[in-house]
Design a protein around this ligand. Structure first.
Ligand SMILES: *[C@@H]1O[C@H](CO)[C@@H](O)[C@H](O)[C@H]1NC(C)=O
Ligand SMILES: *[C@@H]1O[C@H](CO)[C@@H](O)[C@H](O)[C@H]1NC(C)=O
Length: 209
């Protein structure tokens, strides 16, 4: 968990987020994460994990299946709107958008993240960003799709996906420490939703279910 940021569990559960805050205003929402926060990057990379068909997008503007794994908008779209930014955050790989569009938000969600994150954080720093909140990944192997398709494992969490998420979080934690030490004035915090969410999944009764 981030030590300096009072972030709620709900917020952490919703999305692995990177938010750049300048003068207490949030000028942009940059999303790193897994498919649960992908706004459609999967349409532009070779993968079987697609959502560009109905019923995905059924309740999206125009009924369009954008590549979001949702019937409508996803959590990060709502967060962007709540900050007074665009009601939807575009996918980085979507050719319909350019760098000007990304100035107020972009989604990098997919699986090639750890390497991109460092370069991107350094660029943000170069552009003047100093306070950055970097969100980790949830236990991805416990997401509904993974559990539902884990028939051999009696619909339990899929360990190998959880291992990937935990490893990514470890890398982000190390990266945060490294950049804070290296970049003068940088205040980067890492919020790790993995263990709080795992606690909820293991003992839902403690949380009112
Ligand atoms: C991005 O596209 C918008 C129109 O969609 C255009 O106004 C803007 O100049 C473009 N920006 C760049 C850097 O190409
Ligand atoms: C994080 O850094 C520690 C100490 O340098 C190292 O042992 C560990 O393997 C690193 N974790 C990851 C996931 O790279």
């Amino acid at each position: 968990m981030g030590k300096r940021l009072p972030v709620s569990i709900l917020f952490l559960a919703l999305a692995p987020l990177l938010i750049i805050a300048v003068h207490a205003k949030v000028p942009a929402v940059i999303v790193f994460g897994d498919s649960s926060v992908d706004a459609g990057n999967n349409n532009f990379i070779p993968t079987v994990a697609r959502s560009n068909f109905q019923p995905y997008g059924r309740d999206f503007s125009g009924g369009k299946a954008t590549g979001r794994f949702s019937n409508g908008r996803i959590a990060t779209d709502f967060i962007s709107e709540a900050f007074g930014l665009r009601p939807t955050i575009p996918a980085y790989l979507d050719p319909a958008y350019n760098i000007s569009d990304f100035a107020v938000g972009v989604t990098f969600a997919s699986n090639f993240l750890a390497g991109i994150a460092e370069g991107f954080l350094r660029q943000l720093y170069g552009l003047g960003a100093r306070k950055i909140s970097l969100g980790g990944l949830p236990p991805m192997g416990c997401m509904p799709l993974e559990r539902t398709t884990n028939m051999m494992g009696q619909r339990a969490c899929v360990d190998r996906y959880n291992v990937v998420a935990a490893d990514f979080n470890g890398k982000m934690n190390n990266l945060t420490e490294k950049l804070n030490a290296e970049l003068p004035g940088a205040q980067i915090v890492f919020s790790n939703p993995y263990f709080p969410l795992m606690g909820i999944i293991r003992q839902p009764s403690l949380y009112g279910t």
